[in-house]
Design a protein around this ligand. Structure first.
Ligand SMILES: Nc1ncnc2c1ncn2[C@@H]1O[C@H](COP(=O)(O)OP(=O)(O)O)[C@@H](O)[C@H]1O
Ligand SMILES: [Mg+2]
Length: 228
């Protein structure tokens, strides 16, 4: 597969939309939630938002794929239409491009705190780890789309794949990813683990097997200890 040349990667993105700004100081902070399907991210997003608001922060709560009308439409295709791994990667980064340009970068620029249910770690975990897609290509797409933008803190909800599958099957109709077998989710989990170990200053691991109340307490403790 041909990968983009360095010169092309650093060139400005031609567009009529504002390019996602390289984070100019001071900006708001960016918190992402990660973990396999069923790990408990969405169950805790509201209490995390409440915690941040209680600390006087203006919060922009959003999710990926999605977060803008266009990206939500791309999400529907991504989650429900059959496609190969490259199409998957291009589609999710197209959605992310719109989301960053329209929502995340403007929110950070006005010093809001962005709380996002999944971000690019999910692409590395699912398309990279789960599908086995070339992570060098994902890294190029990340450079183009994010231009250096990364979450300041990522809460990784770590739950064994078998327990996550039980929780999902009790709760909802599976999408295209949730139909995948246990081995797929083991690979996704391993990819999350590797990323968390590589960037311990950004990631905080949440032991998601605990009761909802205990998970909420862990999250609150992490936010406090990391100055949120
Ligand atoms: N700590 C927990 N213990 C037991 N069940 C949980 C816990 N956290 C979430 N759940 C349940 O597991 C299911 C999946 O949780 P959800 O928040 O949708 O996961 P995610 O957003 O990570 O896919 C939901 O039915 C939710 O009520
Ligand atoms: Mg969810």
């Amino acid at each position: 597969m041909t990968t983009p040349r360095t010169a092309a990667r650093t060139a400005p993105i031609p567009s009529d939309a504002p390019a996602p700004a390289a984070p100019a100081a001071p900006r708001g902070r960016f918190l992402s939630l990660e973990g396999i399907d069923g790990a408990g991210k969405s169950s805790h997003v509201e209490s995390i938002e409440a915690h941040l608001r209680a600390h006087g922060l203006a919060v922009t709560r959003t999710r990926e794929p999605g977060g803008t009308p266009l990206a939500e439409q791309l999400r529907e295709l991504f989650l429900h239409r059959p496609m190969d791994a490259l199409t998957e990667a291009l589609l999710v980064f197209a959605a992310r491009r719109d989301h960053v340009a329209q929502v995340i970068a403007p929110a950070l620029a006005r010093q809001a705190t962005v709380l996002c249910d999944r971000f690019t770690d999910a692409t590395f975990a699912y398309q990279g780890g789960g599908r086995g897609f070339d992570v060098t290509v994902l890294a190029h797409l990340q450079d183009w789309v994010q231009q250096g933008l990364q979450p300041d803190l990522t809460l990784w909800f770590d739950l064994p794949a078998a327990i996550a599958a039980e929780r999902r099957s009790a709760a909802r109709t599976p999408d295209r990813f949730e139909h995948q077998d246990m081995a797929f989710f083991e690979r996704v989990s391993s990819a999350y683990r590797a990323r968390a170990e590589a960037e311990p200053q950004r990631f905080a691991r949440i032991h998601a097997q605990a009761s909802p109340r205990a998970v909420a307490a862990q999250v609150a403790a992490v936010l406090e200890s990391r100055g949120w």
